[in-house]
Design a protein around this ligand. Structure first.
Ligand code: ADE
Length: 234
């Protein structure tokens, strides 16, 4: 079903932002190696009037502009018609469910999604009712648009696709994968401005190293994230 990896369509007024941001490092490699597909759709291309209007003033008054239904819906419908599957349409919004490691894993394992980026003060609510299956937030703060959120979602998801990371262990060892934060990392030299590498990491004793890393991950989680620590024991 998932041959060629998941496909992500992104509906955005700034397709180049996404293309640029996802052209580097691990996401860039995932797309380059065709382990995932990225297809961009600009609502402006679907605006019917000569000025290619994509936003308008809000009913009820107030500052800011609202993205119009028609160009957004037409772009999403074009993206969906271009896919053979029924991938979910996900609107990036602070009102959505918060992205976490479990959500990222689910997206990496599925067929992909049509991600919709809003701009201005929001989008016409009827677009959400008619076209959106789920809303997804990257945190409790407001961005000026959905694009940085889509980049975050795609960065988090693409690296979880099998074959994207060189070492099969490296995603499994990440923060959150075991419900814990990451342990500390060190590389050469052994001493920097009086700060030394913990002895055990130089010992060559793989069991002792693994034990130390686990304990450090637990300690950090306990100290920094009581919420994760509590869940770890559930
Ligand atoms: N758009 C604006 N703010 C956002 C957020 N916090 N998460 C996802 N999309 C957004």
């Amino acid at each position: 079903m998932n041959v060629g990896g998941p496909r992500f369509d992104v509906v955005t007024l700034f397709p180049q932002m996404l293309r640029d941001a996802l052209g580097y490092g691990i996401p860039g490699r995932a797309i380059e190696a065709k382990l995932a597909r990225l297809v961009l759709w600009n609502p402006r291309d679907y605006a019917a009037d000569p000025h290619r209007t994509v936003d308008d003033r809000p009913y009820g008054g107030g500052p800011g502009m609202v993205m119009k239904f028609a160009p957004l819906a037409a772009a999403v419908r074009a993206a969906r018609a271009n896919r053979r599957d029924a991938a979910p349409v996900i609107y990036l919004s602070p009102q959505g469910q918060r992205l976490d490691a479990t959500g990222a894993r689910a997206l990496a394992a599925g067929p992909g999604a049509v991600l919709v980026c809003g701009r201005y003060e929001g989008v016409d609510e009827r677009f959400i009712i008619a076209e959106v299956d789920a809303e997804l937030s990257i945190g409790d703060y407001v961005l000026s648009g959905g694009e940085p959120a889509a980049m975050v979602v795609l960065d988090a998801v693409l690296r979880l696709i099998p074959g994207v990371l060189g070492d099969a262990q490296s995603a499994a060892d990440d923060s959150f994968e075991a419900g814990l934060l990451d342990w500390p990392h060190y590389t050469r030299p052994e001493k920097i401005e009086g700060l030394e590498v913990p002895e055990v990491l130089l010992s060559g004793n793989h069991e002792a190293v693994a034990r130390w890393r686990r304990l450090e991950a637990e300690r950090r989680t306990r100290e920094r994230r009581a919420d994760l620590w509590d869940r770890y024991f559930q």
